[in-house]
Design a protein. Structure first.
Length: 278
């Protein structure tokens, strides 16, 4: 109990430190697009994969309030009802205005495959996947390399149709599951894979009875270092105690208090030169 109270005091002090410049300047609640990348000297790279989108509006509020630009990886996943948006899919017409707003704020974007294809194994003809979205959800699906590239590009085309902006040729394999053959196939058609770093696994998809939010927050604040790529989601169906936004803002505030800053993968040395999606 004493540890929990001590953590709260540290985070409150950090929040006051980080918020002071914003409170001192009228109208300082700028969008992420207004953050000069050159100001970030000790960067970490926060990334979000799509999910059920239940916390997406609240995540967007935190990012704007804290002036944090991030990189999103998009798949057309099943969604919860959120506000006046009915249950549907994360890239459907109900969510298109939200993605357009995120693009206008200057965030970065990559593909997460269209049907959230989880790699299972290589085959002589290509690969076996298990989609967790779309009409083949839960089935074993065999695709050629060309068909896999089409899955990546389908999300990019939909993003451009929703936002009027091109997606960059970045992708994250669902679950981070890949093989050398899969990465080579994606590279051959122009795509660059983005994993996350070990300390950047923020644990929002872990069972909350064994990994409660306060544990995940303490762990991230202790372990995240400059240069880490952090992984979170816009909603995980299986987690009972939602990670975001409960942990998101304290984590951002705590890392800022340690002298770290946030920027997109446009500034990462491995991904800054990646161009438009094929």
């Amino acid at each position: 109990m004493r540890r929990a109270e001590a953590l709260k005091r540290v985070l409150l002090a950090a929040l006051m430190l980080v918020s002071a410049p914003l409170m001192a300047a009228p109208g300082a609640a700028a969008t992420a697009a207004e953050i000069p990348a050159a100001a970030c000297k000790r960067p970490v790279y926060l990334t979000f994969d799509t999910g059920h989108m239940g916390v997406a509006p609240l995540v967007a509020e935190v990012l704007q309030r804290q002036r944090v630009p991030v990189t999103f990886f998009l798949a057309n996943e099943r969604t919860q009802p959120v506000g006046d948006r009915p249950a549907g899919a994360s890239l459907d017409d109900h969510w298109a205005p939200w993605w357009k707003a995120m693009a206008a704020q200057g965030h970065d974007f990559g593909s997460h495959t269209w049907d959230h294809l989880v790699w299972r194994k290589d085959t002589p003809q290509g690969f076996t996947f298990r989609p967790t979205a779309g009409p083949r959800n839960g089935q074993s699906v065999n695709l050629t390399a060309a068909q896999y590239c089409e899955e990546l590009s389908r999300s990019a085309r939909r993003f451009e149709a929703m936002t009027g902006q091109p997606m960059r040729a970045l992708f994250r394999a669902p679950g981070g599951k890949t093989s050398p053959k899969l990465l080579a196939a994606a590279s051959a058609c122009g795509w660059h894979h983005v994993p996350w770093t070990s300390a950047g696994f923020l644990g929002d998809e872990l069972p909350s009875d064994r990994y409660p939010n306060d544990h995940l927050l303490r762990q991230a604040l202790a372990q995240v270092r400059e240069g880490d790529i952090l992984l979170a989601h816009l909603g995980i169906w299986s987690r009972q105690e939602p990670w975001a936004p409960a942990v998101l803002e304290p984590l951002i505030v705590g890392l800022k208090a340690k002298g770290l800053c946030f920027t997109t993968l446009r500034d990462h040395p491995d991904y800054r030169t990646v161009g438009k999606a094929p």
